[in-house]
Design a protein around this ligand. Structure first.
Ligand SMILES: [Zn+2]
Length: 226
């Protein structure tokens, strides 16, 4: 089912391009020649000395889980014909020398990538942690001032809610985060699961589940464009 779904979604961008071209009527050929794929910036949260939260059982670093999912997500977008840009490409942070003010420099570097790449969409990947270890599941955040961000968040949250391992249907939430305010383009933060919950953690440390959740995020993002 996974493979079939992926193949079907790979056609999604072509369908979007065709429908846009149809809208351009006789200018379809010219449109095809000038069309440039939407730029998706994928932001793996944390990195370097900032590991984020840690898996309660395995001790896995959030920063490593984020990066692995970001790379899977990038593959899906590239396969489907999008332009995909990673903010963080390695385990290192983006702050340069780890001295005072590193977090601010790290965030500014991410913003620089978003601006310089001309992002049409920003998806920031994180993992959650909560004192109540029974809390689990994926949660999407958007900025209260962004209608497009809210629309994207609904699309991705719905896709995540439809995953086989989803335990509850939740709506996206408003979040007041720097990464949601870097561009006018739709931006979301996806907290893929809770590293404080054993079931979520057991899933998130596997490559198979990282692929599945990346696919769900990708499918939600594609549905935004349609
Ligand atoms: Zn985080």
């Amino acid at each position: 089912m996974f493979t079939v779904k992926r193949g079907a979604a790979a056609l999604a961008v072509s369908i979007i391009i065709l429908s846009c071209a149809a809208g351009a009527l006789c200018e379809g050929i010219a449109y095809a020649a000038t069309y440039s794929a939407p730029v998706i910036v994928i932001d793996a949260g944390h990195g370097g000395i900032d590991a984020g939260v840690r898996g309660k059982t395995s001790g896995v670093k959030e920063s490593d889980v984020n990066l692995a999912i970001a790379y899977e997500l990038r593959e899906y977008f590239l396969d489907a014909g999008f332009s995909a840009v990673l903010t963080r490409k390695s385990q290192a942070g983006l702050y340069g020398v780890p001295t005072k003010g590193f977090k601010r420099r790290d965030m500014q570097s991410r913003r620089d990538v978003i601006i310089s790449s001309g992002a049409d969409m920003v998806i920031s990947v994180h993992q959650n942690f909560y004192s109540d270890s029974s809390r689990r599941g994926a949660q999407v955040f958007f900025d209260n001032d962004s209608e497009s961000g809210k629309k994207l968040a609904v699309c991705i949250q719905n896709s995540l809610n439809s995953m086989e391992n989803a335990t509850r249907a939740v709506g996206p939430l408003v979040g007041d985060y720097y990464m949601l305010k870097c561009t006018e383009s739709p931006s979301v933060i996806v907290e893929c699961g809770f590293l404080s919950n054993q079931a979520d953690e057991e899933l998130l440390v596997t490559e198979q589940y990282r692929k599945e959740i990346a696919y769900a995020i990708f499918a939600g993002a594609v549905s935004y464009f349609s």
